[in-house]
Design a protein. Structure first.
Lengths: 161, 436
């Protein structure tokens, strides 16, 4: 250490060699570099797999949503664009609920019919084995608003009355 | 190697050199075309990719068509492919052409609409709250000015949320409130463009100081798809934060430790994330001037913030803690949760992620103490913050990019670009399976 070192540098100079601050990395830190690189590669592989997995999951979900919308339009005979789809994010089943107006009008401002979609996508459609109605101007598909359950949803107790 | 083979190698090199310039031009044209497509289609409005906005780009609306996911994602992919090609061929791009390309990309985005984010309207709403309505943006959300014309443009999620930005940024934004809504949007766009120009100029300068090719550095940052389309397109204040970050780096390279540390603090008073640089800078330089500069800037900033905004303006940590709890579908923790069959991240995951971040930062601090490049360590810290964050937006993974191009550890640049590539890949679902 040079004679014009600051008090801080003099104090740091008294530290054991392994703890002293260095201006530049010592040659021979290649092992640490390799360990870090391996950790980075493993982290990168995990992130890449997670990203691709998410894209695949999203793609499958979108395929299902397209089938849900097509099925709702086929069952109701209404070719509306503003049809709302809800997924079962609580239990991660592939059962979706699709709601839309029974008659033309602004979205959710008419009585809505909701269909419960289940099963796989077959030739672009899914099975709708039950459903319910929602009163006009109902924003959320909550159990307390539902009425007129039909099909399998009746037995499931999807409606309060 | 025989004589014939020896003569073929220079020939192949000459051919490659001959092709490099036209290929680089093709890549540059691809970037310009993709940007123009997004901007012109975006100017039409009525798209879920373009936020509801004051009519600032109506004069462009007759040229394009409504911007759909498909066109946007193809443009983003084309831009990314052109960018990759341009970076690979950067050595054959002249200084003049590189600057011209980056200026052209900035100009195209500047004249267009706000792209992909409503954040700029939140900035303006907070400014108008303070200037026009006498309300403190650190205690009220934009809903407090629901009668103000800017309110309709604020994103639904942010209407009840107080500002999370630093008091310096809030003060910088206040004069824009006097320009009216349209004027403020233009002002924010110009501010973002100027901040970007400053960041790029300093990246160029720092690259030269570090012995890196400044043209390559300029292209990697200034022609980056996330930088141009998302950060510039949305006029994000991250660009101002990055400018102050690069000012601090340039000052440190010039041996002006005190002003450098003060500038990092100023950057943190714009957006707190940049404070991550300070410990690495201090460990590497170990000068008293840094401590004095940082403390002086902090004391001044806190005093001004307290006088103007009260105690809430000083307590940025509370806002950061609030925002740290947000979850976005693009975040890597969310993707990993999905990989392991979970619907998303839970509170315990937030704790685990914070612990992982602390371990990474401690490792980087130790490495910096033992002579590792502090610029690279700062870049790694910023990258780790964005990767472990449950609330990830495109412009967050730009934070380490200017540092990565000047860092002595090239792994940082590779990692940053790889993370950006994964982010772009994650956007592709609507292209693979469009919902009609």
């Amino acid at each position: 250490m040079s004679g014009d070192a600051t008090p801080l540098e003099r104090r740091l100079g008294r530290l054991p060699a392994g703890l002293r601050p260095l201006e530049h990395e010592r040659p021979g830190s290649g092992r640490l570099w390799r360990v870090e690189t391996v950790a980075l590669l493993l982290g990168g592989i995990l992130l890449a797999i997670a990203t691709v997995n998410d894209v695949v999951l999203g793609t499958r979900t979108n395929h299902r949503l397209v089938a849900d919308l097509r099925t709702w339009r086929a069952y109701t005979g209404n070719d509306y664009k503003n049809v709302a789809t809800e997924q079962d994010i609580q239990h991660h089943t592939t059962t979706d609920v699709v709601c839309g107006n029974t008659v033309p009008g602004p979205p959710k401002e008419r009585v809505q019919i909701c269909l419960q979609m289940t099963g796989p996508v077959v030739r672009g459609y899914r099975a709708a084995k039950g459903g319910w109605y929602l009163p006009a101007n109902t924003e959320k598909n909550l159990r307390r608003y539902r009425y007129g359950c039909f099909g399998t949803t009746k037995a499931q107790g999807a409606c309060p009355r | 190697m025989n004589v014939a083979a020896q003569s073929e190698v220079p020939l192949a090199r000459t051919r490659a050199t001959q092709w490099a310039s036209p290929l680089a031009v093709a890549c540059a044209l691809l970037l310009l075309a993709a940007t123009a497509e997004v901007v012109l289609d975006g100017a039409v409005g009525h798209s879920s990719l373009i936020p509801k906005s004051p009519a600032i780009a109506g004069w462009l609306s007759g040229v394009g068509e409504r911007l759909g996911f498909r066109v946007f994602l193809i443009a983003l992919l084309a831009f990314s492919a052109g960018y990759a090609g341009l970076i690979a061929l950067a050595r054959s791009v002249s200084k003049r052409w590189a600057i011209a390309l980056v200026v052209a990309l900035h100009a195209i985005v500047l004249i267009g609409p706000i792209l992909l984010s409503t954040d700029v309207f939140s900035y303006i709403a907070y400014a108008r709250m303070g200037v026009e309505h006498g309300l403190n943006p650190y205690t009220h959300g934009p809903i407090a000015i629901s009668h103000d014309p800017i309110y309709h443009y604020v994103g639904p999620v942010w209407k009840k949320v107080d500002t999370a930005y630093g008091p310096l940024y809030t003060l910088i934004s206040y004069p824009f409130a006097l320009l009216g809504v349209n004027g403020a949007v233009w002002g924010m766009k110009v501010l973002a463009t100027l901040a970007s120009a400053g960041t790029l100029a300093l990246t160029w300068r720092c690259a030269r100081i570090r012995g890196r090719d400044p043209v390559t550095a300029l292209l990697i940052v200034g022609a980056n798809p996330l930088y141009v389309i998302y950060a510039l397109g949305g006029a994000h204040n991250d660009l101002l934060m990055m400018l102050l970050m690069m000012v601090a780096v340039a000052l440190t390279f010039a041996g002006r430790d005190g002003p450098a540390a003060a500038t990092v603090v100023a950057g943190a008073l714009v957006k707190a994330t940049v404070a991550a640089l300070l410990p690495f800078m201090i460990l590497a330089r170990r000068s008293l001037a840094q401590a004095i500069g940082a403390l002086a800037a902090l004391a001044l900033g806190a005093a001004v913030a307290y006088v103007v905004f009260g105690v809430d303006g000083v307590n940025i940590v509370a806002a950061l803690n609030r925002d740290a709890a947000f979850v976005s579908t693009d975040s890597f923790p969310t993707e990993i949760a999905h990989l392991f069959g979970k619907p998303g991240v839970f509170p315990i995951d937030h704790d685990l992620l914070k612990a992982a971040l602390v371990i990474i930062v401690l490792h980087l601090l130790w490495r910096t103490w033992r002579g590792y490049d502090w610029v690279a360590a700062s870049g790694w810290a910023l990258l780790a913050i964005s990767v472990t964050s449950t609330w990830l937006l495109a412009w967050y993974i730009l934070w380490p990019l200017p540092l990565a191009v000047i860092a002595r550890d090239r792994r940082l640049l590779v990692a940053t670009l790889a993370i950006q590539a994964l982010f772009i890949v994650h956007q592709m679902t609507p292209l693979l399976a469009p919902v009609k």
